[in-house]
Design a protein around this ligand. Structure first.
Ligand SMILES: *[C@@H]1O[C@H](CO)[C@@H](O)[C@H](O)[C@H]1NC(C)=O
Ligand SMILES: *[C@@H]1O[C@H](CO)[C@@H](O)[C@H](O)[C@H]1NC(C)=O
Ligand SMILES: *[C@@H]1O[C@H](CO)[C@@H](O)[C@H](O)[C@H]1NC(C)=O
Ligand SMILES: *[C@@H]1O[C@H](CO)[C@@H](O)[C@H](O)[C@H]1NC(C)=O
Ligand SMILES: *[C@@H]1O[C@H](CO)[C@@H](O)[C@H](O)[C@H]1NC(C)=O
Ligand SMILES: *[C@@H]1O[C@H](CO)[C@@H](O)[C@H](O)[C@H]1NC(C)=O
Ligand SMILES: *[C@@H]1O[C@H](CO)[C@@H](O)[C@H](O)[C@H]1NC(C)=O
Ligand SMILES: *[C@@H]1O[C@H](CO)[C@@H](O)[C@H](O)[C@H]1NC(C)=O
Ligand SMILES: *[C@@H]1O[C@H](CO)[C@@H](O)[C@H](O)[C@H]1NC(C)=O
Ligand SMILES: *[C@@H]1O[C@H](CO)[C@@H](O)[C@H](O)[C@H]1NC(C)=O
Ligand SMILES: *[C@@H]1O[C@H](CO)[C@@H](O)[C@H](O)[C@H]1NC(C)=O
Ligand SMILES: *[C@@H]1O[C@H](CO)[C@@H](O)[C@H](O)[C@H]1NC(C)=O
Length: 731
């Protein structure tokens, strides 16, 4: 009280000493809250603090003079001029914290979040007796939490999250140092040990975040009315408590990614205010009890990645017109039986994940009633029947993922109504027929995986309309005909896999400069250090953010190499020259075709990691020096007609098996094929000799047998498309 009086007196002194205009100013000023001068003691302390801080962005450059409102991030009490709040969030500050920062007796808020402070938490913070909020999140504070902080008896918020090297045991006093503590956030640190018992009883506590630490011990029940509880990604064990003290208050409960065992207790559904429940990545077992029905307040329910079994719950949440579940994730469990029809009554559902279970039966046609649905993942089950036509009712659909089931039938032309669709994955089913031309309407498509089905027909122009395409796999189907000239004209394309079909003719030339990724978009640098994944495994990770109270936001990560796979077809001709300039290409597989000609220099293809040209009829010398292709880990040129000499110093020594089945090739490192005569032979000669067998002779055969017929039929007969024509005319 005394101090306050003194400073009021100080503020008045100029009134008596100075002339009238100033009196007027000061009177005017007393109406504004920020007119008072910064207390000189506090000013000195701030200057000292500033002197030790590194401030490359010059965020504190306004810290001059005595006008409090000019001091960025500080707030003064409007009559005394004492600093009551220091909020320096996100100012790119780093360096040391001068002990002068602990000399603000009236400071109520200290926020240093989102900077780069790399010191231990100063123990003298315990002197800041008036502190109500201490927020040090997202820095690089390290060490332990000093015990002196337990003197902060007025503290309401203690936020330490996002300091990876801050750890040790959770301070034993944290549950009973301030009876006013409402928010304790220590997530994304390195705390270990158990939750101190007293914390379970701290009545004032509402918001507790201990997620992403190394905490362990049985999960105990909390005895206060919590609003927010996050214990995600720790090592908590035991069974799930009921949280009954929070029955009316708890809105977010996240205990995902721990080692929780046992069943899901029905009492969890009595949490009346719950909006988010995440129990994923635990070891929960048994059936979901039929009486587990959540209120209409629940927005997000994630039980994925457990060992839950039995039938899918037929009713998991109450739905009303206005509200209801947005996201339901029951994937990666052992649920069996059919998809219950009741699920289609969750009208507000935006994302449904049922993948990696043992579900049988058909996809319910009424799924089309879920008009807000944006992501549906039913993959890796045993579902049969066809994709119901009614699914076009989900007109906002962004991702339709039904791969690895037993689905049959054709792709319906009406699916063109799904014009928002970005991801279509129907791979590994038994779907037949052709790609309907109408699918040109799905112009938002970015990822299309139709691989391992029974699809047939030629590549129609529908695909050209998918101008945002990043991944296209038609592998292991029965597609035939020529590869269209627009094949390489997709700007965003990352991977095309056409392997294991019956495509014939030439590889189209030209337009190789269109795709940014093939031409070194450089966007996939992160892949470089990862092991080579088999091309069959498309990996899209969909991540979801709950935005607002009735909206989800989706994004996905596509991890695949930048590549082209045309293997196991009947392509002939030479490799178009443009291929050899693709600096971004990581994967190129042209094996098992009937390609011929020379393979030019690979030197420009600096991103190459896998090159398979085996089982073709390439000839001439192997491509020149590859020692600069440092990422190349798989090279297969076997079973071709290469000839000549492969010197060891050109970098081929790394790939001992790469040249098998090229009888005229002399590989220096192995000595194979380097017989006394064959070594000096000119490459061209060997090429001519090799020519007698191989696919080209098939062509000759085709010509010679048909010479007895007239020429027109011959030409037709030798291309795949003509066979249909001949059959038709015969009938
Ligand atoms: C000083 O601040 C308090 C609360 O911050 C406010 O209620 C009061 O009106 C302010 N006084 C003046 C003179 O601005
Ligand atoms: C202090 O600065 C603020 C904003 O910069 C200004 O509105 C106010 O008049 C200044 N007060 C004095 C006493 O200079
Ligand atoms: C933050 O500071 C670093 C140097 O410490 C500087 O390189 C960087 O550009 C700064 N960032 C911003 C957003 O000012
Ligand atoms: C306060 O800041 C304003 C600009 O924000 C500046 O014009 C003024 O000169 C500053 N006052 C003092 C006393 O530094
Ligand atoms: C600190 O300042 C930021 C913006 O500069 C604001 O968003 C935040 O709410 C403030 N925090 C406190 C505790 O006053
Ligand atoms: C921390 O410093 C690094 C450089 O040292 C900078 O890139 C980064 O933006 C800084 N972070 C913050 C939150 O200022
Ligand atoms: C303080 O901490 C919380 C973390 O709980 C954070 O969300 C908030 O934005 C932080 N920063 C400020 C300036 O209040
Ligand atoms: C906190 O609780 C422990 C026992 O659990 C007790 O020894 C200690 O005195 C308490 N401290 C405060 C400040 O209440
Ligand atoms: C689970 O937690 C571990 C650390 O305990 C972390 O490495 C892992 O990424 C987390 N998994 C998920 C799915 O968040
Ligand atoms: C649930 O927690 C897991 C593990 O931390 C996380 O990967 C997942 O995104 C969370 N689910 C939702 C819907 O937020
Ligand atoms: C749900 O779908 C069924 C069959 O598709 C249909 O008969 C019914 O009218 C739909 N209900 C609503 C509310 O749209
Ligand atoms: C897949 O579906 C076919 C009929 O379309 C059926 O004969 C077969 O048994 C099913 N396979 C499995 C594993 O369900």
């Amino acid at each position: 009280m005394g101090k306050r009086w003194v400073s009021v007196f100080c503020a008045c002194r100029p009134l008596m000493l100075h002339a009238l205009p100033l009196v007027f100013v000061m009177l005017l000023c007393s109406n504004f809250s920020q007119c008072v001068d910064l207390d000189p003691e506090d000013k000195t302390s701030l200057f000292l603090f500033k002197s030790r801080v590194q401030d490359p962005s010059r965020s504190l450059s306004s810290w001059v003079g005595s006008n409090c409102s000019n001091w960025t991030g500080t707030f003064c009490e409007n009559q005394t001029g004492r600093v009551i709040s220091i909020n320096l969030t996100n100012m790119n500050l780093s360096g040391q914290i001068h002990p002068s920062l602990c000399k603000f007796p009236f400071l109520e808020e200290l926020v240093l979040s989102e900077n780069n402070f790399t010191t231990p938490i100063p123990g003298c913070f315990g002197n800041l007796q008036s502190l109500k909020t201490l927020n040090l999140s997202h820095n690089r504070f390290h060490g332990v939490v000093p015990d002196s902080l337990m003197r902060l008896r007025q503290l309401r918020e203690l936020v330490l999250n996002g300091n990876r090297d801050l750890g040790g045991l959770v301070p034993w006093w944290v549950g009973n140092f301030s009876t006013k503590l409402e928010k304790l956030d220590m997530g994304f640190n390195s705390f270990r040990g158990e939750i101190p018992e007293r914390l379970l009883y701290l009545e004032s506590l509402k918001h507790l975040d201990l997620g992403n630490n190394y905490l362990s011990g049985g999960l105990s029940d909390f005895h206060q009315a919590l609003v927010y509880l996050n214990l995600e990604s720790n090592q908590f064990s035991g069974t799930l408590p009921c949280f009954s003290a929070s029955a009316q208050s708890l809105t977010v409960l996240n205990v995902a990614n721990n080692s929780i065992v046992g069943g899901i207790p029905t009492c969890i559904a009595s949490l009346q205010a719950l909006t988010h429940l995440n129990l994923s990545f635990n070891h929960l077992t048994y059936k979901i009890p039929p009486r587990l029905v959540f209120t209409e307040k629940l927005l997000v329910l994630d039980f994925s990645n457990n060992d839950l079994s039995g039938p899918l719950p037929s009713k998991i949440a109450v739905t009303t017109e206005k509200s209801g579940l947005l996201l339901l994730d029951l994937s990666h469990n052992r649920f069996s039986g059919e998809i219950p029809l009741k699920i289609t009554e969750l009208k507000s559902l935006q994302a449904l994940f049922l993948s990696h279970n043992l579900l049988v039966g058909e996809i319910p046609a009424r799924i089309g009633n879920l008009t807000y649905l944006q992501v549906i993942d039913l993959s890796h089950n045993l579902l049969s029947g066809s994709i119901p036509l009614n699914i076009v009712g989900c007109f906002q659909l962004l991702a339709l993922i039904v791969n690895n089931n037993n689905l049959s039938g054709e792709i319906q032309p009406e699916l063109d109504a799904l014009d928002s669709l970005k991801i279509l994955d129907i791979s590994n089913n038994m779907i037949s027929g052709e790609i309907p031309l109408t699918l040109a309407g799905c112009k938002s498509l970015e990822i299309v995986d139709l691989s391992s089905n029974n699809l047939s027909g030629t590549l129609n122009d529908a695909i050209t309309k998918w101008s945002n395409l990043r991944y296209l796999s038609l592998a292991r189907n029965k597609f035939n005909g020529n590869l269209p000239s627009w094949l390489f004209t997709f700007e965003e394309m990352q991977l095309m896999d056409f392997s294991g079909n019956k495509f014939s003719g030439f590889i189209p030339d030209g337009n190789f400069n269109v795709s940014r990724n093939f031409n070194n978009g450089g966007g996939t640098g992160k892949m470089l250090k990862e092991p080579i994944v088999p091309m069959q495994n498309l990996d899209t990770q969909i991540s979801i953010i709950v935005a607002g109270s009735s909206e989800l936001r989706f994004s996905y990560i596509l991890s695949s190499m930048v590549g082209i796979d045309l293997s196991y077809n009947s392509l002939d001709g030479e490799i178009p020259g443009g291929f050899f300039g693709l600096q971004g290409l990581e994967y190129l597989n042209l094996s098992y075709n009937v390609l011929h000609g020379q393979v030019l220099s690979l030197e420009k293809m600096r991103s190459l990691r896998v090159l398979d040209l085996s089982h073709n009829s390439f000839s001439g010398q192997v491509p020149g020096n590859i020692s600069r292709l440092q990422d190349l880990t798989i090279l297969n040129l076997s079973f071709n007609g290469f000839s000549g000499f492969v010197p060891e110093k050109q970098g081929y020594g790394r790939f001992p098996g790469a040249f098998a089945g090229n009888p005229n090739l002399c590989v220096e490192s192995s000595g194979e094929g380097c017989d006394s005569e064959s070594l000096p032979v000119e490459p061209g000669k060997a090429f001519e000799e090799e020519n007698v067998e191989g696919p080209i002779s098939v062509w000759l055969y085709c010509l010679s047998t048909s010479i007895t017929f007239y020429f027109g039929v011959v030409a037709l007969f030798c291309s795949a498309r003509s066979r249909n024509y001949i059959l038709q005319t015969k009938v």
